[in-house]
Structure formats: structure tokens, C-alpha cells
Ligand binder design. Structure first.
Ligand SMILES: *[C@@H]1O[C@H](CO)[C@@H](O)[C@H](O)[C@H]1NC(C)=O
Ligand SMILES: *[C@@H]1O[C@H](CO)[C@@H](O)[C@H](O)[C@H]1NC(C)=O
Ligand SMILES: *[C@@H]1O[C@H](CO)[C@@H](O)[C@H](O)[C@H]1NC(C)=O
Ligand SMILES: *[C@@H]1O[C@H](CO)[C@@H](O)[C@H](O)[C@H]1NC(C)=O
Ligand SMILES: *[C@@H]1O[C@H](CO)[C@@H](O)[C@H](O)[C@H]1NC(C)=O
Ligand SMILES: *[C@@H]1O[C@H](CO)[C@@H](O)[C@H](O)[C@H]1NC(C)=O
Ligand SMILES: *[C@@H]1O[C@H](CO)[C@@H](O)[C@H](O)[C@H]1NC(C)=O
Ligand SMILES: *[C@@H]1O[C@H](CO)[C@@H](O)[C@H](O)[C@H]1NC(C)=O
Ligand SMILES: *[C@@H]1O[C@H](CO)[C@@H](O)[C@H](O)[C@H]1NC(C)=O
Length: 809
């Protein structure tokens, strides 16, 4: 999402971003009076007799307000009453409404990536609601690998959103979450995403979306009819974005407004589109946003195959498709797609299945596009139908009695703030503790010095797509709960351009019982519109860490704030650095969470949701090379844990604890027989020359019923002296000898708490064919016959067993 029009972006480039963080803070005298005026008015309920009366209209003469009719009939009545020009006014994000019909205006654009945000026209903060609960940036929430946490967060965010909507401060349609797979460590928007693994990203999407959207008690079951899904009520509407293959923002002069992602169909299915499919099919999301980039030459918002055929056709979206903001202008001026006129652009996108334009193109050019004969008015009707069905489900027309009681006290409540702190604690990853530096002891480490540019971080903790946090729990404040804390920044800011402040910091470290270094990067290095060029700590941060490590009297604890990986091998190799922790961008309560982990009040259990590469990785190939698999001819190393066979700094899924765990495999299936129907053909796969392929190498997943499941039970034992949470990860490894396959792929995970000395049985019920499915060269999804491996755990603790898949007639 861009914060301004495309032209502004073109002329100012990244300079726009500071505007975002400088947005007027309510209560500082900068907030506009328009914002203050809206508060307290309550949400607009369209079908309200008095409203119509005030407008000089009789509601009874408008069937779209007749609650005895179905949503479908009501929506059709509303659309049929509009003139073309009136219709056109409703398909941009700032819908004008139709006073003649009693239809009010509506701002479609609100955001709630990790808490209700002030980004977009739909949401405002004011003196009544000056802030909302600020959860960690998504990359840290993902690191918890706790599905129920993700859903619980979605529920809290949507409760705060509904409360703000009741106060006239927020819309009902939120363009979150961002579920692009973090393919490259340089990408500036990794913080917004759940990481590099398509399955994890998809599960995050499903849980967060269900938390946002589902009205308790109305979650559709397996036997819910199609009618129910098209009309089921929504708490708020979520949106999975940015579809698809969008993960280059601005790298060495290549920006998203001009980038053409060259993607194989294989990578498309296996990686880029998979989370979106899960979001639509399993999350039943009510919106998808298409992205700025082109995919194989075609702007995503103009591609009928990507939009109507796939999202609507194959996945059966119940909702609307929206463009990223000013995407249509980008398509016209940036991509210069087919050298089209704006009217062509409107026609291409409407016909492709786009329903709503975040921007002005639909509003400005649809009327002329119709009169030039380029698009049918019926295509506009279809779009309006998709839009108003969602607004019906949200109670925009009839109100939402279940949520009518929510108000100011439901935003930033104690329990919401507590969940934000819990989310940060659950995500924080212990990267190294081999010197036993952690946890610190309150009785022993009484006088500590905090060093580093992030020691007093507040904005940096929140990241982007932010709201105003209920409060800013900086690391300094958090640590002060446990110790007598002094602060020596060491560097003036994260750029750390000189060593002027080193001496004071080193002197303080010499005298402190412990030194806690808060280092890392921020939005000036990785952000929307800003990709990274290297994976290093900026400026003299490295030197500061080393000098402190040499001089400190007590243990030296290094805490890194970042979304993408940072090559800190120099600190890993330095035995004077006692422990290393990654804290993402931990949100408004982040400082508490960091302190709770450092002082052992919480035993860390987070896992890295992305591979952390060594610094030289990014010099081996351009960010713009999209393939996931290695390209041997060019010396490209392959991407993500699935295809990178080199030595990472830390692998995907890495994370330590203050205790140790041990696994015992309780039950596991050793073989699965899949019956092929009479007319099902065996499919060929590519094998290494030395391997004799099985007689029937593979079958298409779509030819199989995939009804069989198998169970794995693992006993997780805590063999240490302190309780802790542990994430059990289950991977499958395709049969050996198959060419071009992932090294392994995640098919399940669970986070479990195990008390000291205790054990827990963790059960996985996995689908017998989906868990082994691979995408072959020509993009068929197949189940390969032969011996796959089921691998549970990581390089610290693991068990594995072979599982033979037999395909037989
Ligand atoms: C997962 O998150 C939920 C919060 O919704 C929490 O109650 C639970 O303890 C977490 N599980 C683990 C093992 O940390
Ligand atoms: C599914 O169908 C059964 C039998 O008709 C019914 O008892 C049950 O309530 C239905 N479940 C849902 C979630 O609709
Ligand atoms: C819409 O198009 C029609 C037909 O070209 C034209 O007469 C009318 O003035 C246009 N209206 C607007 C508001 O642009
Ligand atoms: C921390 O930052 C706040 C402003 O964000 C400032 O008021 C405070 O003085 C700073 N504390 C220290 C110890 O530097
Ligand atoms: C707290 O730290 C300051 C500065 O390091 C020191 O002067 C003071 O004596 C300490 N107070 C306590 C109670 O230890
Ligand atoms: C060191 O860097 C800070 C912040 O960038 C700057 O204000 C200061 O003037 C610099 N000092 C020297 C000696 O260059
Ligand atoms: C660790 O610190 C000691 C002094 O405290 C110093 O002699 C030594 O060189 C340091 N080691 C490294 C690897 O920096
Ligand atoms: C952790 O730190 C120790 C001591 O500095 C080092 O020997 C070890 O290699 C580090 N572990 C990792 C995984 O980097
Ligand atoms: C871990 O489990 C294995 C086998 O289940 C057992 O042999 C080993 O002793 C256990 N280790 C600890 C530290 O309990």
C-alpha cells in the first residue's frame, strides 16, 4: 500500500515514508477537526428509518432495506436503482454513496496488520480513542508458531476495530494480513509477513483471518451450504494481500511499480500462491488484494487467470477483490501495459475480476470506458454485487447487535495489552546461550547498563502499518522492573556513524553487573519501498559490540531488533558475548517481553520463521531473480530452507530454550497404501540416473480422494530444570533420487508447554497424500510413490522415520 498517489511516489520516492511516521498524533493539536467531529457519532446504519426520514426519504420504498429479503435480492435492488454514474462512484475506495437512495459514503481502506492502524482513510484516532493495542510486527508473532495465539490476536484486534467503528473512528473492511512469502532476506517488508515457509504463512493467514472475521458461534462447519458462506456474518472483513509473487519493493533501482516478476508455474503453485489459496479456502477470507508488480508480463490486477479464474473460480472466494493503492495508475504509467489508455486499464481490470480500485482510476475513467464500448455495465454490476454482499454481512446496512455494546473501554484494555506482551514473549528467539549468560538473576545482576541505539526504542519497536500504541514499553522501562538500569546509547542512532559515544558506554560496562546491548536495524534500513543491500549491522555497531564485549565486567547480552536476518557471526564467535536474542519489532509491550526473557521470568520458545543467511549470500545473486531452486549454471544458491543447501547462519525453525527437550516417537505409520481408481494414470517423475523408478512413480493429487490420514505421536520430555514452551515441527522429505525436489517441507507444527522434568504427548493427524505432495517440473501436483521420510524436530532434537507410499490399482 502506498500512502500517497503514485505520482507523488514517482517524484518523491522513498521520501514519502517519513510522512507516514509523522502523521498527526491526536491530542497534540495537530489532529484535524474533521477527525474529532466524526467521533461519538456512532456507526452509520444504512437501513434506519430516521436516517431516511432526515434525508426526506421513506425507507419502506427501498427493498434493499427490507430485512425479510435475502442479501442477494437486496443487493440487486440497490444496484439496479443506480445510474451508471452513481455506480462508478462506488467502485473506488472512497465510495461517494448515493444520497438519492439514502446510501451513505464509505471508506473501504482501513488496516490492522498487528493492531488497528491509522494507515488508510477509514480509520482515525482522536481524544476519545487515542491508541489501540500494538501487537508485535507479524514476523515476531509468526515466530511463536502458536496457531491459537494468532487467532486470539485476530479476535482482540477485531474487537478493538468494532469498538472504534461504533465510535465512528474505523471502517469495517481491513486490508490485512500481508501474506507474501519472504523469498529474499533483502526484502524491506519481511516484518509484515509470517516468513518464508508457504505452509506457515498460510496457517498464519487462516488463523488471523478467522480471528478477525468469524462471529463467535458462526464458524462454518464442513456441511455448511454455499448459501451460508455467501451470507455468513462477518465481525470485520479481512484481506489477504498482495497477490501475487510480490516481494521486491525497491532494490538497486528496480521498483515494484515497474518490476516484472518472471515466475515459473511450478514456483507459483508451490510457493507464491499457496498461502493465498489457504487463506481463501481454509480461512474463507472476504477479500484479496492484487499487487503492484507484473507476473510474467501481466499486471496482477489485470490478469483474469489470476483473479477470476483462480480466486473466484477455483478457490470460490466469498468476497471482493481490491487493487493495491493506485495500482491502476501504476499499470498505466509505470508498466505502460499494452500502451493502454486509462479506459483500457479500467476495462482490463474490471474484466479480469477486480471489484474495487484503491485509487481514482475506476472513479475517473469507468464512465468513459463504458461509453467507448470497452467494458460492459454488467461487469460493474458484478463488482458492486461482490462489494455490497460483504457490507451486508458486516451489518453495514442492518447494524450488528452483537457488537453494539463495544466502546472505548474495549480498546487498550488490560487483557488486550497483556496479550500483546504475551505475543512478544512467545515470539522472541534465543539464538545463542552457549556461554550460559542467560537468564540474568535479579539478585546477582542488580546494576545493569543498557547500551545501544535501541535501548530506549519506542517507534522502532512498533514497525510499520502501525497505530498509536496504548503505551510505549521501551527496553529501558521493561528492564527497570528487574534491575537498577542506566543507559548509554553508544551510537546516536542505528546508523552509528561514529564512535564518539563509545567511551562512556565502555566505561559503564566495566562497572555494571551485566551489560545489555540493544542493537539492530529499523525502518530506515528495511521498510516498504526500501529493500536492503546487505545483511550487516549498520555503521560502527559491530565495533561497539566488540569493544563492550572486551571490556565488560559482567555478562554481555546482545539483543537484535530486526525483521530480516542480520549477519552477527562476529558476535557468535566471540566468547565474551554471553548470549544473543532476536526480538523482531516487538510492539508496544516489547520492552517488557524482552526483560521478562532476559531475567528468566519467561523461558523463550520462539523459532526463526526465516533462514538467516551469512552476509555473502546476497552477493551471489540478484534479488530480482525469482526462482526458489538453485541455478547451478549461474551459481545461484537457492532460496529458503527448502532449496538452500549451503550453511546458513541460523536455519529456518531455529530457536533455543533455557531448558532442553527430548523426543520419543510413540506411534508412527510406516506405510500408506493409496488406491488408484480404474481410470487414474500413473505419472512420470525425473529421477537421478542411478535410481530405478518405481513402476508407478506418482499420481495426480486431483485424481485422488486424499481421504486417508495418518497419526504421529511424539512424547516431548523436558529434561531440564525449568518449564518451557517447545515447538514441534514435522517435515516430509521426498523420496531420494527424485530430482529438483525440496530438501524438506514443513507439513505441521505445534507449540506445547512442558513443565520441568515433565512430558507431553503431541499428536499430529496428517493427510496421507497432501503431506507428501510435490509440484513437478510442469506444475502438476503429485504424490510420489516410494519411501519419503518424516522428520520431526530440528538440528537440536529430532526423530525421523521412513514412510513408504504405495500407489496401487
Ligand atoms: C499459545 O497461545 C495461547 C494464547 O492464545 C496461550 O494461552 C498458550 O499458552 C500458548 N501455548 C504455548 C505452548 O505457549
Ligand atoms: C451438519 O449436519 C448435521 C446433520 O444434518 C447437523 O446436525 C449439524 O448441526 C450440521 N453442522 C453444521 C456445522 O452445520
Ligand atoms: C458519462 O458518459 C456519458 C456518455 O458518454 C456522458 O454523456 C456523461 O456526461 C458522462 N458523465 C460523467 C459524469 O462523466
Ligand atoms: C527515552 O526516550 C524518551 C522519549 O521517547 C525520553 O523522554 C527519555 O528521556 C529517554 N530516556 C533516556 C534514559 O534516554
Ligand atoms: C543504581 O545505578 C547507579 C548508576 O549505575 C548507581 O549510582 C546507584 O548506586 C545504583 N543504585 C542502587 C540501589 O544500586
Ligand atoms: C557523530 O555522529 C552524530 C550523529 O550522527 C553527530 O551528531 C556527531 O556530530 C558526530 N560526531 C563526530 C565527531 O563526527
Ligand atoms: C574477551 O575479553 C577479554 C578481556 O576481558 C579479552 O582479553 C579477550 O581478548 C576477549 N576475547 C575476544 C574474543 O574478544
Ligand atoms: C554460540 O556461541 C559460542 C561461543 O561464542 C560459539 O562457539 C558457537 O559457535 C555459537 N553457536 C552458534 C550456533 O552460532
Ligand atoms: C532422550 O531420549 C532417548 C531415547 O528416547 C534416550 O536414550 C536418552 O537417554 C534421552 N536423553 C535424556 C537426556 O533424557
Amino acid at each position: 500500500m502506498a500512502m500517497a498517489t503514485f505520482q507523488l511516489f514517482l517524484s518523491l520516492g522513498a521520501a514519502i515514508l517519513p510522512l507516514l511516521t509523522m502523521a498527526a498524533r491526536p491530542g497534540t493539536g495537530l489532529s484535524s477537526s474533521a477527525v474529532t467531529l466524526t467521533s461519538g457519532q456512532g456507526p452509520t446504519i444504512v437501513c434506519d428509518h430516521l436516517r431516511f426520514k432526515d434525508l426526506g426519504l421513506d425507507m419502506k420504498s427501498f427493498p434493499f432495506c427490507d430485512k425479510s429479503l435475502s442479501y442477494g435480492v437486496r443487493v440487486k435492488d440497490l444496484i439496479d436503482r443506480m445510474t451508471l454514474v452513481e455506480k462508478v462512484g462506488q467502485i473506488g475506495d472512497q465510495a461517494t454513496g448515493v444520497p438519492r437512495l439514502g446510501l451513505p459514503k464509505y471508506d473501504w481502506w482501513s488496516e490492522a496488520l498487528h493492531g488497528v492502524a491509522y494507515v488508510g482513510h477509514g480509520t482515525h484516532f482522536d481524544d476519545i480513542v487515542p491508541a489501540a493495542t500494538s501487537f508485535p510486527e507479524v514476523i515476531l508473532m509468526a515466530a511463536s508458531f502458536n496457531e491459537s495465539l494468532w487467532k486470539a490476536i485476530g479476535q482482540v484486534v477485531s474487537t478493538e476495530a468494532r469498538a472504534m467503528n461504533n465510535l465512528g473512528l474505523a471502517g469495517l473492511t481491513f486490508w490485512s494480513p500481508n501474506i507474501n512469502v519472504a523469498r529474499d532476506p533483502r526484502w524491506g517488508r519481511i516484518m509484515e509477513t509470517p516468513g518464508e515457509d508457504p505452509y506457515t504463512v498460510g496457517r498464519y493467514a487462516v488463523n488471523y483471518v478467522r480471528g478477525l472475521q468469524d462471529v463467535e458461534g458462526t464458524t462454518p462447519g464442513t456441511n455448511t451450504t454455499e448459501e451460508d458462506l455467501n451470507t455468513r456474518p462477518l465481525k470485520v472483513a479481512a484481506c489477504c494481500k498482495h497477490y501475487a509473487a510480490y516481494d521486491v519493493d525497491n532494490w538497486q533501482g528496480v521498483d515494484r511499480y515497474h518490476f516484472d516478476a518472471r515466475v515459473t508455474e511450478r514456483d507459483m503453485l508451490e510457493t507464491f500462491v499457496r498461502p493465498f489459496e489457504m487463506c481463501v479456502r481454509d480461512g474463507d477470507v472476504s477479500s484479496v488484494m492484487c499487487s503492484y508488480n507484473r507476473v510474467n508480463g501481466i499486471p496482477t490486477c489485470a490478469d483474469p487467470k489470476l483473479l477470476s479464474e483462480t480466486i473466484r473460480g477455483e478457490w470460490n472466494l466469498h468476497g471482493y477483490i481490491v487493487s493495491d493503492c493506485d495500482s491502476l495508475e501504476v499499470m498505466h504509467h509505470g508498466h505502460k501495459f499494452l500502451n493502454d489508455t486509462p479506459e483500457d486499464t479500467v476495462a482490463q481490470t474490471l474484466r479480469a475480476g477486480l471489484d474495487l480500485d484503491c485509487g481514482l482510476y475506476f472513479t475517473k475513467y469507468t464512465n468513459s470506458s463504458v461509453s467507448q464500448g470497452k467494458v460492459r455495465q454488467a461487469d460493474i454490476d458484478k463488482a458492486l454485487n461482490n462489494l455490497y454482499m460483504v457490507l451486508m454481512r458486516l451489518g453495514f446496512f442492518d447494524g450488528s447487535p452483537v457488537y453494539a455494546g463495544l466502546g472505548k473501554s474495549d480498546v487498550c484494555s488490560d487483557s488486550n495489552i497483556e496479550l500483546a506482551a504475551e505475543a512478544a514473549r512467545e515470539g522472541i528467539v534465543l539464538l545463542n546461550n552457549s556461554m550460559g549468560g542467560l537468564p540474568l538473576n535479579k539478585l546477582k545482576h542488580k546494576n545493569v547498563v543498557v547500551v545501544g541505539p535501541h535501548g530506549n526504542a519506542s517507534n522502532a519497536m512498533i514497525g510499520n502499518y502501525e497505530g498509536y500504541p496504548c503505551r510505549n514499553m521501551t527496553p529501558l522501562i521493561g528492564l527497570s522492573e528487574y534491575a537498577n538500569v542506566s543507559y548509554e546509547p553508544g551510537c546516536a542512532d542505528i546508523n552509528c556513524l561514529n564512535m564518539t559515544l563509545f567511551h562512556r558506554a565502555v566505561t559503564a560496562a566495566k562497572n555494571a553487573d551485566a551489560t545489555i546491548l540493544l542493537m539492530g536495524i529499523d525502518l530506515s534500513v528495511e521498510a516498504e519501498g526500501r529493500d536492503r543491500n546487505d545483511l550487516l549491522l549498520p555503521g560502527y555497531q559491530h565495533q561497539l559490540i566488540s569493544e563492550i564485549a572486551d571490556a565488560a565486567k559482567g555478562p554481555v547480552i546482545l539483543v537484535i531488533l530486526s525483521a530480516g536476518g542480520v549477519d552477527i557471526s562476529f558476535a557468535m564467535d566471540n566468547p565474551n558475548v554471553s548470549a544473543v536474542v532476536w526480538a523482531g519489532y516487538p510492539g508496544g509491550e516489547g520492552g517488557r517481553a524482552i526483560a521478562d526473557v532476559i531475567y528468566g521470568h519467561y523461558n523463550p520458545g520462539g523459532r526463526l520463521p526465516i533462514t538467516w543467511y551469512q552476509a555473502d549470500y546476497v552477493h551471489q545473486f540478484p534479488m530480482t531473480s525469482m526462482p526458489l531452486r538453485p541455478i547451478d549454471d549461474l551459481g545461484y544458491p537457492g532460496r529458503t530452507y527448502k532449496f538452500f543447501s549451503g550453511k546458513p547462519l541460523f536455519p529456518f525453525g531455529y530457536g533455543l530454550s533455557y531448558t532442553s527437550f527430548n523426543y520419543t516417537l510413540k506411534t508412527a505409520t510406516k506405510s500408506l497404501a493409496i488406491h488408484l481408481g480404474k481410470y487414474v494414470q500413473c505419472r512420470q517423475l525425473s529421477y537421478a540416473e542411478s535410481v530405478k523408478p518405481p513402476p508407478c512413480p506418482a499420481a495426480l493429487v486431483s485424481d485422488l480422494s486424499c481421504a486417508k490420514t495418518f497419526e504421529i505421536e511424539v512424547i516431548v520430555q523436558n529434561v531440564g530444570t525449568i518449564g518451557g514452551s517447545h515447538v514441534v515441527m514435522v517435515y516430509t522429505v521426498p523420496p531420494s533420487g527424485l530430482l529438483g525436489m525440496p530438501l524438506k517441507q514443513l507439513v505441521g507444527f505445534q507449540r506445547v508447554f512442558v513443565s520441568a522434568g515433565g512430558s507431553e504427548v503431541v499428536k499430529f493427524k496428517l493427510n496421507g497424500c497432501q503431506s507428501f505432495t510435490v509440484v513437478e517440473e510442469t506444475a502438476y501436483q503429485v504424490v510420489p510413490a516410494g519411501v519419503s521420510t518424516v522428520l520431526i524436530g530440528d538440528d537440536k532434537v529430532s526423530v525421523s522415520f521412513p514412510l513408504e507410499l504405495q500407489l496401487h490399482y
